[in-house]
Ligand binder design. Structure first.
Ligand code: UD1
Length: 425
């Protein structure tokens, strides 16, 4: 198991290029299952989750050649527990498999560290489209000769449920309307890909909370497109926060400012010194003292839960009190005890954290508990005095491509330590 050794405090300088969005690439890969002709997805990031999805898809019979997905010879529609349990997004194969092949057996993803995360909205929506769904022995068994368009009103704008239902609706007969749909840029990206790949398909309303999908015949063949997924707004936000925390000159390239509004607004309200261009965000040393903030996580276009932990790391260094409420996941504060081990003063009251900032952090041994919490610990380590040993960075490897390499190139003293190799030596 790898860990990071980070020596603080750091000052960063230079340019960093943002990778393609993990949360777009995963549903896009699932979307290729609808395609009889090869399709390409450009610049997939080198991430553990992407490798897991590739393994899952190879199991169905998908042939992968560089960026090309060949889904013409799928011989089974079974997603086993061993793979699904390691990555919840695996459940996104359910919609496209069912839509194209009329059946699928997919393991229930189960709980995960940040909350129970059920898939009831995915399954209720598929039932509305006419699927017969049985859950038995930890598996979802889904069947439908051909799905039928329907009106689906989501109880909550779940990103995954919207994506699964969007893909399921592609070969459904007639029109599907999803209301209270997720508006996240990753949902829009998936819709754009499907619209481009299938000539007769019409998905309208992308980016709004009502999606209208005019289904096409199950025999429809896609065009052989090569699609480039959107940049990773969460990775971009993490680097912007790194620049603000270390009071650095940093240029974050290849991102999309349109997807980062809630994050850059919150930072500017706290007096971070940012220059915002279309695809480049520049962070500059501050000319005013940072002030505390009061934020709550909510679905897009508002403040994202995936940068809550990183903002918490930032709050620890601001000479002010900040408040963060987590309203998407019930257990997404596991970084709090770790940050407190480094000297932060964060008090939890149910879903709200009060951060009494301005305490100088000190390096300490800490442990990653989930993907974004890991990023928050690296940010905290960069402003702490001395060495921080961050264990279980496999969580971070799920979603940040070459994180420590990018940080090293900016001047951060961060080193990956392979503990098993050390034990063998
Ligand atoms: C996606 C993102 C994740 C992000 C989250 C919220 C991917 C691969 N992951 O996860 O990084 O943190 O959106 O922006 O894109 N819920 C139900 N029933 C369901 C589905 C969801 O109750 O059937 C609940 C969840 O437990 C959670 C909330 O809805 O409390 C939001 O979940 P959802 O939007 O579905 O997140 P994911 O798609 O899993």
């Amino acid at each position: 198991m790898d860990s990071f050794k980070v020596k603080g405090p750091s000052r960063l300088e230079g340019e960093v290029s943002i990778s393609r969005a993990k949360n777009s690439c995963l549903p896009l890969m699932a979307g290729t299952l609808l395609c009889q002709n090869p399709v390409g997805l450009k610049s997939l990031p080198n991430l553990r989750d992407i490798r897991t999805m590739k393994k899952l898809m190879s199991g169905f019979g998908v042939k992968l050649q560089d960026d090309q997905f060949h889904c013409d010879d799928i011989h089974n529609t079974y997603a086993p527990y061993e793979l699904v349990k390691t990555m919840r997004a695996s459940v996104l194969v359910l919609g496209p498999l069912l839509s194209r092949f009329g059946e699928a057996k997919v393991s229930l993803p189960g709980g995960c560290a940040i909350g129970t995360r059920p898939v009831d909205l995915h399954l209720d929506g598929l039932k509305k489209l006419g699927a017969e769904i049985n859950v038995e022995g930890g598996y979802i068994y889904a069947k439908a000769k051909r799905l039928k368009g329907a009106k689906i009103d989501l109880m909550f704008p779940s990103v995954g449920a919207t994506e699964n239902l969007l893909m399921a609706a592609v070969f459904a007969e007639g029109e599907t309307i999803i209301s209270n749909a997720a508006r996240e840029p990753e949902v829009v990206d998936l819709g754009n890909f499907l619209n481009q790949a299938f000539e007769d398909l019409k998905i309208a309303g992308l980016g709004t909370s009502t999606l209208k999908i005019q289904g096409i015949s199950q025999n429809s063949k896609n065009k052989e497109i090569i699609y480039t997924p959107i940049p990773d707004r969460i990775e971009a936000a993490t680097f912007i926060i790194a620049g603000v925390m270390t009071n650095s000159f940093l240029s974050i390239k290849d991102c999309d400012k349109a997807h980062l509004g809630s994050v850059t607004n919150a930072l500017q309200m706290s007096h971070a010194n940012l220059k915002i261009h279309d695809s480049v965000i520049e962070v500059m040393p501050r000319n005013k003292e940072l002030t505390g903030f009061n934020l709550r996580t909510t679905p897009y276009p508002y403040f994202p839960t995936d940068v809550q932990a990183q903002f918490m790391a930032l709050a620890t260094m601001i000479n002010d009190t900040s408040i963060i409420s987590e309203e998407i996941f019930e257990n997404r504060f596991m970084h709090v005890p770790e940050l407190n081990r480094m000297g932060a003063d964060i008090r939890l009251n149910n879903q709200t954290a009060v951060i009494v900032g301005g305490k100088r952090l000190k390096g300490a041994p800490v442990m990653c508990t989930d993907l974004r919490a890991s990023a928050a610990l690296v940010l905290a380590a960069m402003i702490a005095d001395g060495e921080t040993n961050i264990q279980r960075v496999y969580h971070l490897d799920r979603g940040y491509d070459g994180f420590e390499k990018k940080l090293t190139s900016l001047g951060c003293e961060i080193q990956r330590v392979n503990l098993s190799a050390r034990a063998q030596a």
